[in-house]
Design a protein around this ligand. Sequence first.
Ligand code: SF4
Length: 303
Amino acid sequence: MIYNKYSKFLKDEFGEKVYKLPIKLNLTCPNRDGTCGLGGCIFCGEEGGSFENKEGSIKEQLIKNKELISKKYKAKKFIAYFQNFTNTYLSFENFKKNIEDCLIDDIVGISISTRPDCLPDKYLDYLEEINKKVMVTLELGLQTVNYHTLKKINRGHGLAEFIDAVIRSHKRNLRICAHVILNLPWDNLDDNIETARILNALEVEEVKIHALYVLKNTRLGRMYNAKEFDIISLEEYKQRVIIFLQNLNDDIVIQRLISRAPEEDSLFCNWDRSWWKIRDDIEAIMEKNKLYQGEKVKGFDLL
Ligand code: SF4
């Protein structure tokens, strides 16, 4: 296998195909409301990282999605995915209720998107117990290990907070999926490689790779319209993804190689190509040239 695909990991883990069911809640983020920053990350849109149109309670959203996906793919096992905004930025009681509400039939895992600086020990202790019943994964936005770029994109946290969150989560056996963007205009290939190496050193379990998209009505959108930065070409993006994978340990599971945003909300997204075509191209280049995840991970044996 050229890289360690999430679909295969789930099939090996649960004995059959498993599908994620996105849940959208009416939340916010400490990087938007002034607690640790104002205005949010410069690329973050009004929906806080989710474009699904979801209404209703957690159970209603899960049941509705489950029905759709079961019918389409004959799926029987699912992961409840708290997708938008910061899903640990709410009172402990409300957080617990949200988690308990999604422990319904056929849910074998819970994925929780959040920020690395928003994971109090109390919440992690609780998730440690839930993890004994269903697989718990924390999806942490890192984007890059370049501290200067993190400042530029107004993340409101640095690399230290990410390292701290991973260490404290791992002490409780929780899985970590790191989100990274490989074409941030202020990063170069060396930053991508260093990001891979730090994720190796931290032994994160999963990575989700994104290509930067530019949404309307965002700070990034205004900078884009004012031509304040350039975005690398699609060919360079493909190369960066491949080199990132070559430098990433081969036991780290890859959730995806590229992200997507609705055309009507975007000023720039995926070089106007469909995401799956770009993914297929990257896989084809790797297969043709016999390039593999982890092949450039350095190490040597002492004699
Ligand atoms: S941390 Fe997430 S929700 Fe918060 S501003 Fe950044 S992208 Fe948006």
